[in-house]
Design a protein around this ligand. Structure first.
Ligand code: SF4
Length: 350
């Protein structure tokens, strides 16, 4: 069941830009201005408890020559205060290549930190909590991929970035929800294996009927919970609402929606089309993170939260920079093959 909450008074919002990939740091920004970026989500009474961690993180980033890459599902007090680069998996992978720093802190989940390490082998990559996993990444092993290759010889294997480096190493190339269609088109084949997200593969199949897409039974534990009945319910309660669904949702949910795309595509859609009322059928924090920059839009918020993304906190980001833990490494025997799969994806024009 979709739980909804309406965002607070839009008039109280400060019109703020959404941090973009490659956006400048808020490093020199005074704390009151940083607070203004999250005042819709953090009550003034709670800010004194968070401000020391924000201040310490900004100082530690300068001392360590570190940057923080934060996924769009991070809580606003991370996304809007200490993150240097924010975005979806594709944006973070792209920006990770160009990062000019000695240390990368990944405020996201483990496979994202591994991807950052693959693309920056000489840099130190930290994740504040090693247990920040992903149900999709856990759904498939390298041995499973070798089994698929044996069963379907000659069929290219396109692997979602939400997988371990070991799984990427067994793949031909990677994709994200933002570029999956272009990646498969770029192969120019009639049949592909697209793993491990069954729903993403089925949603791409609907766009590319000319290609036979074989898949795996992996699911995102956040997006698989949405149902077509949820969408119908929200439309009944909010006639005229625009519904935007992430393609990790079941195809029946995407079919009930007005638009489907990666989190970056969702943001762009909202900014360009400016619907007066919108529901983003994805993880909870997405709406929070773009609401501040769009006070004229009413966000009706689904409350499915990713427990892995929410393992990140200002406290453990601060600890990561203080203690330089937890360092993410990739087995050197598979790093080159995994990197090649990611780089082949990045070479596809979107
Ligand atoms: S939202 Fe889903 S796909 Fe993303 S990290 Fe969480 S479980 Fe994995």
């Amino acid at each position: 069941m979709l739980k909804l909450s309406i965002k607070e008074d839009a008039m109280a919002a400060t019109s703020l830009p959404i941090p973009r990939p490659g956006a400048p740091l808020p490093g020199g920004m005074p704390l009151p201005e940083i607070y203004a970026r999250v005042s819709r989500h953090v009550p003034a009474i709670e800010w004194p408890a968070l401000a020391p961690d924000v201040e310490a993180i900004l100082r530690l980033k300068r001392e360590r020559n570190a940057v923080i890459l934060a996924h769009n599902y991070q809580a606003p007090e991370i996304f809007h205060t200490v993150a240097d680069i924010v975005g979806d998996s594709l944006a973070l992978a792209r920006e990770a290549v160009t990062v000019d720093a000695d240390v990368i802190v990944l405020a996201g989940v483990h496979f994202m930190a591994e991807t950052a390490k693959l693309l920056n082998p000489a840099k130190t990559v930290l994740i504040p909590d090693m247990a920040a996993g992903c149900s999709l990444a856990d759904s498939i092993t390298a041995e499973d991929v070798r089994g698929l290759r044996a069963k379907y010889p000659g069929v290219p294997i396109v692997t979602y970035v939400n997988t371990s480096a070991a799984v990427k190493a067994e793949s031909d190339l990677c994709c994200t929800s933002g570029n999956a269609v272009e990646v498969i088109r770029s192969l120019g084949v009639k049949r592909v294996l697209m793993i491990p997200d069954e729903f993403l593969a089925q949603n791409v199949q609907a766009i590319l009927p000319e290609v036979e897409i074989l898949t795996w039974a992996g699911h995102c534990e956040v997006h698989e919970r949405f149902t077509p009945a949820d969408i119908r319910e929200v439309r009944e309660s909010y006639p005229g609402v625009t519904v935007i669904a992430h393609p990790e949702c079941p195809p029946e949910v995407v079919a009930e929606s007005d638009f489907s795309g990666s989190t970056a595509m969702m943001m762009n859609f909202v900014v360009e089309k400016r619907p007066s009322q919108v529901v983003l059928v994805t993880e909870c924090s997405m709406a929070d993170n773009i609401a501040a920059a769009n006070p004229d839009i009413e966000f009706i918020k689904p409350c499915n939260m990713c427990p892995h993304m929410k393992r990140m906190s200002l406290k453990n980001i601060r600890r990561a920079l203080e203690t330089m833990t937890h360092e993410v490494t990739v087995d050197p025997t598979l790093a080159d093959r995994a990197r090649a799969a990611v780089e082949r994806m990045l070479a596809v024009r979107t």
